[in-house]
Design a protein around this ligand. Structure first.
Ligand SMILES: Nc1ncnc2c1ncn2[C@@H]1O[C@H](COP(=O)(O)OP(=O)(O)OP(=O)(O)O)[C@@H](O)[C@H]1O
Ligand SMILES: [Mg+2]
Length: 133
């Protein structure tokens, strides 16, 4: 099984690559089709944010084990402007770009675990996990 796939994000084509790699890893892990789609959607949102707010960054896809079950781990990181108020950014409808403001909250809902570490002027790292049921 493939593990620790790094996808650089600096164009829309790379978002597609990250989506496809994530979906394929999710399928290998035994996620059913709809969950593979949810995972691909969550990857799209964080990848789009990298492109939109930081210009470039990377997504690392890997696997993990917890309580005897396997899961997918998605780490999306950039060295962009950072998020001044993560709690606010996580709220549905909050957008600094005139967007829908549903990317982060939507991705959180689609995954089992969701964590953002961000520092203004340093960058942002979003870590998401989903476990095979
Ligand atoms: N990687 C990032 N770097 C800097 N700021 C970010 C990053 N990701 C998100 N943000 C900030 O968090 C806000 C909320 O992000 P979210 O993805 O939920 O909504 P959006 O991108 O504004 O709109 P949508 O994703 O619905 O098109 C963004 O408007 C932006 O200010
Ligand atoms: Mg967004």
């Amino acid at each position: 099984m493939t593990d620790g796939i790094r996808v650089p994000i600096d164009s829309e084509a790379h978002i597609l690559t990250a989506r496809q790699q994530g979906r394929s890893l999710a399928a290998d892990l035994g996620f059913w089709s709809v969950e593979q789609t949810f995972i691909a959607m969550a990857i799209s949102e964080v990848a789009l944010n990298i492109l939109q707010y930081a210009g470039k960054g990377e997504i690392i896809l890997s696997t993990a084990q917890k309580d005897g079950t396997r899961g997918i781990v998605i780490v999306a990181s950039d060295q962009g402007p950072g998020i001044p108020n993560v709690e606010l950014a996580m709220q549905e409808g909050y957008s600094t770009s005139g967007g829908a403001g549903l990317g982060l909250s939507g991705a959180k809902r689609l995954m089992d675990e969701f964590d953002i570490v961000s520092e203004v002027g340093k960058g942002t790292t979003v870590t998401m996990k989903k476990w095979v049921r």
